[in-house]
Design a protein. Sequence first.
Lengths: 209, 212
Amino acid sequence: MNWTLANYDRLFTALAEHVGLVATALAISLAIALPLGVVSARRPWAYAGVMAVTGVLYTIPALALFALLIPFMGLGTAPAVTALVLYSLLILVRNVATGLREIPHEILEAADGMGYGAWRRLVRIELPLALPVIVAGIRITVVTQISVATVAAYISAGGLGDIIFQGITQDFGEKVVAGAVVTAALAVVADESLRVLERRLRAAQSERA
Amino acid sequence: MVGPVFTWIAEHPKVFWTAAQQHLVLSAAALGLALALALPLAVVLLRWRRAAATAIALVNVLRTIPSLALLVVMLPILGTGFQPALVALTLYGLPAILINAYTALSEVDADIVEAATGQGLSRAQIVRRIQVPLALPVIFAGIRTAAVQIVSAATLAAFIGGGGLGELITAGMGTLDIPQLVVGGLAVAALAILTELAFGLAERRLNRTRHA
């Protein structure tokens, strides 16, 4: 425990870098996935196309995707964030589209009857109703991104993976384990917090209904 | 990019095929072990509901742990090489199989199970002849997920000396050999996609024969 206790500030900096990487990637992912999800929700052909492409991306292992991005983007944060965004699209687009499709037709017709335009109906009625399903997608995405971001340290993107790789190179077991345990804890805490948020959103919605 | 890739493979056939073979052996062994652990465990948990809730909760935590963390966390105890990689990949594949198998088996209609009991079938017979066949599509979906996850995470085994195609990537990074790096990346990507397609095809076949 000596190294961990003496270097908790380094672990904390790495943790902050890791969270920063994931937060940046998540913001960009949502900016891409929300419009894609809205567009493909009611167009089966668009949905099938987006799922096929993002499905292949999702299957490519993280280290392989980094290896393929290096010739174009080099090392550092840019290829790391690009990879994190590419991995997020399948689940996010799928959940946005599913959330919107599950809204009962009567609600949409009622909104039309009350004179809502397409944009206002989407923002005020449809997206709020789809929110629990979207948050469920965000939960899976965040856990995936935390995992991929660990490997991103290998291409000099920083974060908790950095501690792990330093430990491996220096043949320093405690450092490796400290990095791994904090990474695992981050993933578990993020998963659990978003699960609670998802449950609350669902409960609030069924109360109103 | 295509030319240098084939040139590299043509010039280093032994390195390429050894890495590919290691990757396949490691992945197949891990999937086999995960199946050997998860399927009997799912059947045992079926009869032991109170332990089941705890076991599923634990496995859900295991599922959340990033693959790199899982691979390296046992480094001080198990050291480097094939064995620690095998242990980590087995643990990594376990959750998808166990959760799908347990959920599918326990969701088989209680009426059907009761009718079978009424006909004098033993519990073992009910599991084997009724619950397993009915739950098979969902069980197989879990196996497919696990297979792709294991093949994917096996790339990271290169970091703990476990061999496999990831070594082409780490070696390429080490010497800044871009063709080797790209060969590794493409080979790993192709293997993961092929695994997904092959298991998907097998899954569709399985479901078709059942409905016929």
